[in-house]
Design a protein around this ligand. Structure first.
Ligand code: HAM
Length: 421
């Protein structure tokens, strides 16, 4: 019988990779909590209509990327392609408008039927943040600063650049799109095939085309900022001023438009050059009208999401690896074995990782310690047993020391410091 492989565009996260995932999610949660965000969990399945109504009929996601099916009860269901729509739906379904402003974060799998490549999967994970019921430009700067803090904590501050733009209000954007369409129509013969399609469905997206010819045409395209109303200009200026006050550097990117329809005013992306074509590690923006699209109350909001797999690709050479420790009995008396079990129990009660490979001989245990990149070895033989001590070895430096069993935890902590000096 043929082997069953994983579905194209999906990935198993095993061992240290899964540890890195957990680390990133934990760092995110710790930072977001300091800004007053609380966790939220929404279902992975939603009615397809939720995404059709919110992300835009002409967005790539709705047009060609949704994992949709009819369930056994005849309902049209979609595996979430992002979190924002689900969170607004949850806000409305649970009647949370009395709790505004609401700050929430989550992480988990999302699904998009895209062409898989480095940094692009069909099932991937996002860390997602939303602030609902926030009107002032100061919130925009705060959430962008929070995103930056998060990426900085992951050690990525030097790999990323913040692209910032404003889409203005819906009214001015509509006027802009009419002018933009006229401009592209006059250059239609030179546009890439994808942009020709976009000209009919979503001309704004031509602005962020990566095709060389399109880029040339974009150089002289009308500029969104020339169409802002005064309020939008003032709002965006305040966002920029607040970022300046916080010392957060940004690059105004006139061609940044984002791929989902619900955005207005501030939009932003943190982009890296280290991942080839899939360089956006985190993106977001304001979506003031989204709640009304779902028949909810007026709720100005802003949020962002980061792709966990992209972050992990950038962090592959960073030292977040979990190092286990091992116990190694010298000899095989049952008294030694009993004592070893006690040591393991005591260490684990104190959150110290310790692996006991019961069935292996001394030599095989040493080999195994090497294979799993163990940090410390706890050795116990007849001498140690009689004297109520344990020998601890730092596998990196080769240094060894004996510690008293009765003061195991304290002495272990202090020799760790000694070894690292
Ligand atoms: P998005 O730009 O579609 O925004 O996705 C956010 C991030 O998810 C991207 O910057 C990227 O890191 C990651 N990502 C997207 N597609 C893939 C893929 N196929 N494979 C791997 N990673 C991917 C949103 O989803 C919005 N909901 C963000 C938001 C929240 N806006 C406001 N609130």
């Amino acid at each position: 019988m043929a082997k069953i492989e994983n579905v194209r565009g999906t990935k198993d996260l095993i061992g240290q990779e899964a540890i890195l995932y957990e680390k990133i999610a934990n760092i995110a949660a710790d930072i977001f909590k300091t800004y007053g965000y609380l966790p939220i969990q929404t279902p992975i399945i939603e009615f397809s209509e939720l995404f059709q109504r919110t992300l835009g009929d002409f967005s790539d996601v709705v047009n060609k990327e949704m994992y949709s099916f009819t369930d056994r009860g005849g309902e049209n269901i979609t595996l979430r392609p992002e979190f924002t729509a689900s969170i607004i739906r949850a806000f409305i379904s649970n009647g949370l408008h009395h709790k505004l402003p609401l700050r929430v974060y989550s992480h988990g799998p999302v699904f998009r039927y895209e062409r898989p490549q480095k940094g692009r999967q069909r099932q991937f994970n996002q860390i997602n943040v939303e602030a609902l019921g926030v009107k002032s430009a100061k919130f925009d700067a705060e959430i962008i600063a929070m995103a930056f803090n998060f990426l900085e904590k992951l050690g990525l501050a030097n790999n990323i650049k913040l692209h910032l733009n404003s889409l203005g209000c819906n009214e001015s954007r509509k006027k802009f799109i009419i002018e933009l369409t006229k401009y592209y129509k006059s250059h239609e013969h030179n546009l890439s095939p994808d942009s020709k399609k976009r000209l009919i469905k979503n001309p704004l997206r031509i602005l962020d085309s990566k095709e060389e010819n399109d880029k040339l045409i974009n150089k002289n395209a009308p500029k969104l900022c020339d169409y802002y109303l005064d309020e939008s200009t003032a709002f965006f200026t305040e966002v920029k001023n607040c970022l300046d006050d916080l010392g957060i550097k940004y690059f105004i990117d006139d061609n940044l438009v984002r791929g989902l329809d619900y955005y207005c005013h501030t939009i932003f992306e943190f982009v890296t050059n280290d991942l080839g074509a899939q360089g956006t590690v985190l993106g977001g923006g304001r979506y003031d009208g989204l709640s009304e699209v779902l028949s909810g109350p007026e709720t100005p909001s802003i949020g962002f999401a980061a792709g966990l797999e992209r972050l992990m690709l950038l962090m592959h050479n960073q030292n977040f690896l979990l190092r286990p420790n091992v116990v190694i009995p010298i000899g095989n008396s049952s008294l030694i074995e009993q004592k070893i079990n006690k040591i393991c129990h005591e260490l684990r009660k104190n959150n110290i990782i310790i692996i006991n490979e019961y069935d292996l001989s001394f030599n095989k245990r040493i080999k195994h310690a090497n294979k799993i990149n163990a940090k410390y070895g706890f050795f116990l033989g007849e001498d140690e047993l009689v004297n109520n001590i344990i020998k601890v070895k730092d596998f990196d430096s080769g240094k060894e020391k004996t510690i008293k069993f009765d003061n195991l935890i304290n002495e272990f902590e202090s020799i760790k410091n000694e070894f690292s000096r």
